[in-house]
Design a binder for this molecule. Structure first.
Ligand SMILES: [Zn+2]
Ligand SMILES: [Zn+2]
Length: 334
């Protein structure tokens, strides 16, 4: 495959897609039915479907029975922690191995031509972005994700919450399942915007932003307070009528889904002429420029609040003009 057919590389070797990134047409006015129908498969395939299938397998095959989960006992809780840690190690690790260790597609579709671990930096634990990011992922990321999962499963086993079944509430549960990505994105945008408040940024969110050139292990490399905030969206299942399978899927969207936005490549090449879109350029730009794209670009919240960068040169110009204006007003305030 030739990435120059899909994008352009500048003199410094940074690649960007030719076409501007667009929020989901479902949320753009006026509605254009043809555009919506064309976009719909991209909403599901491949990531959303894979995450839902994984959650289904976890629920039916890898979750203890309801009797066991009625009491908080170390045995089943540790089992959930180990099963989530192994799954993250395998999923994140497979992407890291293929794209960053074996470098099997080289820099084809890679936004930043540099490899994070080629440069040792005192900024990271053990001077390595990957080791630092892995320590944070397994040290607090997966345990905090697991703590939310345990809380939800324990509440379900005890009948606390508005739990329902597909037989009793099919329309609502299907709708809730279809909207999980939207709910996650809305929660991510609002909380993400909050942790960019200077004091929270300095002590909490700056940890995640250490990776200016993110790779798979950067996805859950956060301060523990950010982990607590990031996975808190799953608590919605204790409030609205829901099913634990959908709650698990929600946690998988946040936990496993995060890697999609940090993979650093626009496409993962899967054959001579086939590749999987990652849709990660919007969040890559957030890591690169900090003050743009607080959402992943599904819902046009950044567009609405003037922080959208669509990945084009025009997007660079708009961002630079905004920064200049901010600096100018800051000078006037001084
Ligand atoms: Zn990120
Ligand atoms: Zn941020």
């Amino acid at each position: 495959m030739d990435d120059s057919a899909y994008g352009v590389r500048n003199k410094r070797g940074h690649w960007r897609p030719k076409d501007p990134i667009q929020p989901a047409p479902l949320f753009l006015q006026p509605w254009n039915l043809v555009r919506i129908v064309k976009w719909l498969p991209r909403y599901f395939v491949p990531w959303n479907v894979l995450l839902f299938l994984a959650a289904t397998a976890f629920w039916f095959l890898l979750t203890p029975d309801i009797e066991t989960m009625r009491t908080m006992e170390w045995g089943w809780m540790l089992y959930i922690l180990v099963r989530n840690s192994v799954a993250v190690f395998l999923f994140y690790g497979a992407l890291e191995l293929r794209l960053y260790i074996r470098r099997s597609q080289g820099t084809l579709f890679k936004y930043n031509p540099k490899w994070p671990d080629d440069r040792r930096s005192e900024y990271f634990m053990f001077s390595s972005q990957s080791i630092d990011n892995m320590i944070r992922t397994f040290g607090t990321g997966v345990p905090i994700w697991t703590a939310y999962e345990i809380l939800i499963l324990w509440a379900y086993a005890n009948g606390w919450g508005a739990w329902t079944t597909l037989a009793d509430n099919p329309v609502w549960l299907i709708l809730l399942g279809l909207l999980i990505l939207v709910i996650h994105e809305f929660h991510f945008y609002t909380t993400h915007r909050m942790i960019h408040i200077p004091v929270l940024y300095k002590y909490v969110h700056s940890v995640h932003h250490k990776a200016v050139n993110p790779s798979p292990w950067s996805s859950l490399s956060m301060h523990p307070i950010e982990h607590l905030i990031y996975f808190s969206g799953s608590l919605i299942h204790l409030i609205v009528p829901s099913h634990p399978l959908i709650a698990l899927y929600h946690l998988h969207v946040a936990g496993f889904g995060a890697v999609v936005g940090h993979v650093g490549f626009d496409k993962i090449v899967a054959g001579k002429e086939s590749a999987m879109d990652t849709h990660s350029f919007a969040h890559y730009l957030h890591h690169k420029y900090f003050e743009v794209n607080y959402s992943d670009g599904l819902i046009p919240l950044d567009k609405l609040f003037g922080t959208w960068h669509d990945g084009t040169e025009k997007g660079d110009e708009l961002m630079n003009a905004r920064m200049k204006k901010r600096r100018h007003s800051a000078t006037l305030e001084d």
